[in-house]
Each structure stands twice: as structure tokens, then as C-alpha cells.
Design a binder for this molecule. Structure first.
Ligand code: PLP
Length: 448
């Protein structure tokens, strides 16, 4: 029983939800949601008592795993003490979280705005960047995702943006090619390219006027765990500095130990001017987003009107669990654990690639990996493209993920790849089980 006192059967739950709610990013008629009633550590239980290994931390957000007692206790305690206060007030949990952030984030990122999602953290970032620079344009990249509200979907490079174009064009976003060394969109090969994708972005800045910021996912998440080459971020930082353009790092998915560091930008020693995050900040126990800016940007608003805010901004019920989450992550040493388990996961995924002709590439960092399928390893021809997803054509990766689910493993599938991103508390046995299940069902792709 997931909701105390409810007398609904599992089938009634599914029917009511399916017929009365929107199913996100899909055709409504193809939505048949699983009824989840319980989750503990890396295990999820459905309404029929069947158990599943959570191999993608739900939406790459349940980093601590499910039912962490300290986080649960923090929610109960905060509800008892103070469930809500207007954003203009100081609360103890707000101060405690800010203190922790000062310890974890790079020292120059010391001014915080608390939101309730990654989407609105990015909206805040765009607004702050535009107010601070007095400029309008944001350069984002194709194959990126930054959220679902007007501004953040307009800054999203992947075709989730298409449904709201051409209105999205009015949001002042232009797109640079994505950084994807496996399928370089400008047909270069690393390292001979000399990081031509960064040069291209510089060319854009030089030939546009009015550029406020460059927006990047440090490691592109949903769109395939695209890890940039070592030189890219330092080069981008230099370009932004040279042209007086802000660098915004969207660490909504990559933050909080997911890639083996607290934040992915640490892999390259690059500090952005604005960092946005959400998901792992509370391990998804409650909805919290954060927009952290540099001291310099913060100082600008000392005597400029900060025209932004929400009723639920800095909501105590979201901040106290973030404090508990971060303390638990530290106690369990989960950032190091993510880094330590990376070679184990990588070796197993490389074995998959060697064994299956349908696996074109495996890539990632920490506990954040993609397994990309191809019809042919040499030509890299994909089984499906984004257009298939948008048009509702059944996708091979969804069929395989469905088979994994039937075998008790939940894995994220997206267009032509799987995202392997278990909770950071995952055991080696669970990693073995998840990858073995994928291994078994990749036979379906090999046979095509
Ligand atoms: N940015 C990135 C990189 C994301 O992965 C997501 C969500 O998956 C978002 C922004 C939007 O965050 P939210 O879904 O919390 O609004």
C-alpha cells in the first residue's frame, strides 16, 4: 500500500492515472504506467509485489538510493518545525544548506537562488545572465536538454524543442554543434581536430552580437552521456573570458557525485560563472533546484533590482532534506564511491561492446554511462533516430528496456542508447545483475 488509507486496487491506480493525467514526452495512447508502491535502496516494488533493480536512479536523480532513514527523518522534523516560510525570510535550514554549499562548490560560486526544479534553476540563470550582462542571446548546443518551460525548452537543443517552435525562436537562443567525438557533427576526429567544435563556438560569438552566455551540460545527459575531450572546457572557459560572455554549467544531472566528482566541471578544473543543479541535491526525495552564481554577479545585484522569485523559493521542506542528503553523501563517501566503481562498470560495458555487434559505443564517467546501439559498428548507422521518437515509431531500445523490465531491471532507454546510472550506493553484485540482464537482451539488436 503506497498511500496510507487508500483502498484502490493496483489496476484502478493505473487506470485513473492513465486516463486523467498527461504522460510526459509521449503519445498519451501509448502510456501504460507501472504502479510503484515501494522503494528501498536500489530496489523498487510494484503493485503486484514484483521487485526491480533501479539501474538508472529513476531519472538519474535517486543518487542516495531509496528510503534513506536520515533524509526521511529530516523531512518529518522540518514538517514538525516549520513547513513553510515566505522567501523573504531567513530560515535555519536555508542557512545550514548555504553553509554546506559554500564548502562543496568552488569558492567563487557563493551566491545562491533556490528553486523547485532544474528547469526553473535554468530560467533563473538565463534571467540573471541577461540582467547582469545587459545582453540577450544564449548560445546553447544541439543534443542538449535544459528543461521544459518556455525559456529552458527554447534552450534545449534536442527535438523536444520542436513542439513549441517557432515561438521558441523568440527566446533569444542560438545553437552550436554538440560535442560528440563518436559522431562529430562537423566531421572531425579527435585529437587531430584541435577541438574545432570550440573554435566553431568562438566563430559564432564573433559573428553574433549581444551574446550574454554560453550554456552547457558539462557531460550531456539524456542525449547520450557525451563526455567532452579533456581540452574542451578549459578552451571554452578561455573563449568566454576573452569575449566577456558568461559560462553557465547545467549540472542538473551531472552534479552530486554522479560523475565521480561533486560536480562534473571539476574534471577539467573549470569554474563556470553560473552553475545550475537539481536532482541529486536532495536525491529526489523532494523537488529542489539551485542556481549558484559567482561573487561578481552576486555583487551586481547589491544595487540592482533582482526581479525574480517564487512562492516556493527556498521552501523549508526542500532545503532540510538537501542538508540531510549532503550529510549522508559525505558520511557514506559516495562521491569517491562513484569514482571507485567507474573502472568496474567501464570494464563490464567494454565487454558488452566486444561481445555484441549492436553496441557501437560505451562512454561515461563515475556511475554515469551510455551504451549506444548501431546497426553496424563501422558505419555507425543507428537503429532509430530522434525523428522516430518524435513521430512515435516503436524504438528498439524501448523494446529491449521492456525485456529488461520483465526480468526485473529498470534501465533508461533514449532513442538509440541506454543510460546506466544506478544509485551511488549500488553494490557490485547489483551492477553485475543489471549489466547481465542488458547483455541477455541485446541479442534482440544483434539479430537485426
Ligand atoms: N537540465 C538537465 C541537464 C536535465 O537533465 C534536466 C532534467 O532531466 C533539466 C535541466 C530539467 O530539470 P527538471 O526536470 O528538474 O526541471
Amino acid at each position: 500500500m503506497s498511500t496510507p488509507g487508500s483502498t484502490l486496487t493496483s489496476q484502478e491506480v493505473v487506470d485513473i492515472v492513465r486516463t486523467t493525467n498527461y504522460g510526459t514526452w509521449r503519445f498519451q495512447k501509448s502510456w501504460n504506467p507501472l504502479h510503484i508502491v515501494d522503494a528501498k535502496d536500489c530496489t523498487i516494488t510494484d503493485g503486484n509485489g514484483k521487485q526491480y533493480l533501479d539501474f538508472s536512479s529513476q531519472l538519474m536523480c535517486s543518487n542516495l538510493g531509496h528510503k534513506n532513514p536520515a533524509v526521511i527523518a529530516s523531512i518529518a522534523a522540518q514538517a514538525e518545525e516549520l513547513a513553510y516560510a515566505m522567501p523573504g525570510y531567513a530560515t535555519t535550514c536555508r542557512a545550514e544548506l548555504s553553509k554546506l554549499l559554500l564548502e562543496i562548490l568552488p569558492p567563487s560560486l557563493n551566491k545562491f537562488f533556490f528553486t523547485t526544479s532544474g528547469t526553473d534553476a535554468n530560467e533563473a540563470a538565463f534571467k540573471i545572465a541577461r540582467m547582469y550582462t545587459g545582453k540577450t542571446k544564449i548560445i546553447a548546443r544541439y543534443r542538449s536538454y535544459h528543461g521544459s518551460t518556455a525559456g529552458s525548452i527554447a534552450a534545449t537543443g534536442d527535438p523536444r524543442r520542436w513542439a513549441m517552435e517557432p515561438r521558441g525562436k523568440q527566446q533569444g537562443v542560438i545553437f552550436a554543434p554538440e560535442v560528440n567525438c563518436y559522431r562529430c557533427p562537423i566531421k572531425h576526429t579527435y585529437p587531430a581536430c584541435g577541438i574545432a567544435c570550440a573554435d566553431y563556438l568562438e566563430h559564432m560569438i564573433r559573428n553574433e552580437s549581444d551574446v550574454a552566455a554560453v550554456l552547457v551540460e558539462p557531460i550531456v545527459g539524456t542525449n547520450g552521456v557525451l563526455v567532452p575531450p579533456e581540452e574542451y572546457m578549459p578552451k571554452l572557459r578561455k573563449i568566454c573570458d576573452e569575449y566577456g560572455v558568461l559560462l553557465i554549467a547545467d549540472e542538473v544531472m551531472t552534479g552530486w557525485g554522479r560523475t565521480g566528482k561533486w560536480f562534473a566541471m571539476e574534471h577539467w578544473g573549470v569554474v563556470p560563472d553560473i552553475l545550475t543543479t537539481a536532482k541529486g541535491i536532495t536525491s529526489a526525495y523532494v523537488p529542489l533546484g539551485l542556481c549558484a552564481t559567482s561573487e561578481k554577479i552576486g555583487a551586481f545585484f547589491q544595487d540592482h533590482y533582482f526581479s525574480h522569485g517564487h512562492t516556493y523559493e527556498a521552501h523549508p521542506m526542500t532545503l532540510a532534506p538537501a542538508v540531510a542528503t549532503i550529510n549522508e553523501m559525505r558520511r557514506l563517501n559516495l562521491v569517491d564511491r562513484s569514482a571507485e566503481l567507474a573502472p568496474y562498470v567501464e570494464a563490464k560495458l567494454r565487454e558488452l561492446k566486444a561481445k555484441h555487434p549492436s553496441v557501437g559505443d560505451v562512454r561515461g564517467k563515475g556511475l554515469f554511462w551510455a551504451v549506444e546501439l548501431v546497426k553496424n559498428q563501422t558505419t555507425k548507422e543507428p537503429f532509430n533516430t530522434y525523428s522516430d521518437k518524435v513521430s512515435g515509431t516503436p524504438l528498439l531500445v524501448d523494446q529491449i528496456a521492456g525485456k529488461c523490465m520483465a526480468d526485473g531491471v529498470i534501465i533508461q532507454a533514449w532513442v538509440s542508447h541506454f543510460v546506466v546510472a544506478p544509485p551511488l550506493i549500488v553494490t557490485r553484485e547489483e551492477i553485475d545483475r543489471g549489466i547481465a540482464t542488458l547483455d541477455k537482451h541485446l541479442a534482440l539488436a544483434d539479430a537485426l
